[in-house]
Design a protein around this ligand. Sequence first.
Ligand SMILES: [Zn+2]
Length: 447
Amino acid sequence: MLHDAAVLIGRNAAGHGVIEWIGPSSAARQALGDKPADITLSLRDHIVLPGLVNTHHHLYQTLTRVVAQDSGLFDWLKTLYPIWLGLTSEAIYTSALTGLAELMLSGCTTSSDHLYIYPNDCRIDDEIRAAREIGIRFHATRGAMSLGESQGGLPPDKATEREPDILRDSLRAIETYHNPGRHAMLRIGLAPCSPFSVTTDLMRECAALARSHGVMLHTHLAETHDEDAYCLGQFGMRPLDYAASVDWLGNDVWYAHGVHFNAGDIRRMAQHGCGVAHCPTSNMRLASGIAPVRLMLGAGINVGLGVDGSASNDGGHLLAEARQAMLISRLLPMTDSVGQPALGAYEAVWLATRGGAAVLGRDDIGCIAVGCSADLIAINLNRVEYAGGLHDPLAAVVFCAPRGVDFSMINGRIVIEQGQLSTLDLPRVIERHNQISRALIRREPIT
Ligand SMILES: [Zn+2]
């Protein structure tokens, strides 16, 4: 960690904000040469960190918090599916603004999202519009459900789509939006929802489509014992073996949860370079279990953090998720079979930054380094929450009660100053969000 450091940020030819120089504050003026800075910011008393990376979310679920409060995953889903059937294009857009605002205020500068239900006029374009307006770096994954109850799946038939429509719209999203370039603000991935809501055909066809266009693949896997039982009953295999059977192994694949991966699964994922989105709060909320993160990291698997959807968190605070990851790791034996201890504060921040970037297939974010994207956050340490912890500032922001960031820059653009989001009229969005939420929960039309 550097003290009294300065960071110089410039714009590259494509207009992306990029870190150009890092060094002691006293040398910054000299590093600038005879070119004066457009803006100089003093972040005295702040800790500056790379922007955090969220690897799993369902932004629309921000509309349906605190529903099915005491259910496990399958009952929770069965309660929520009928409510989500009321979603509209405006609901997707508004909830994305709300959920992304919450994430950004907690330090997130890059988020993925997994939108897998498309009733009424909903489209993935709705959340992409929100991400562009609010200014976050965004990996939208075109999710899908195609296996309804009548075919042995979990969701009601009405919540599913026809597979040709899913594939057509997936291709459209890739061709319309995907930017594979360095410092990209928007990428697309393909994300059939889970083993119990799509067919094996769709899993295979999405894998082929993604690979033919160089986009990543994402799905829920090994989340609960119920899912293990479903896969054994339906396919005669455990979840990772099922994923392998439909071509879902590779460094272009990341799974959400991975709570119930065993030692053999972990070795196999490491061999193939698969990534995992660890979602500790959601796993506690739904009583799913504790993911073996230490074993995955020990095997060399890329692990990032995910807040997961706000119906199973029920918040979108990514710095708090780093704290949860650190704390829950201590409920497993304090050392693993090769004697590595539970997660510490530095590793928790690593998961939330470098780990998440690697899971999303990126080496240009999650790091304050020359040539990386200018995604930076800062937290003022002169707060009651950190009093007494300033001898180790990085540990303080993980161990102490989590709070929001005071400053955030994404792609060289300041999006939060003095704790306030500057890209959105947040109170107005929250008001509309709550109107839509009320209608959905009451199963009334959104007006
Ligand atoms: Zn999820």
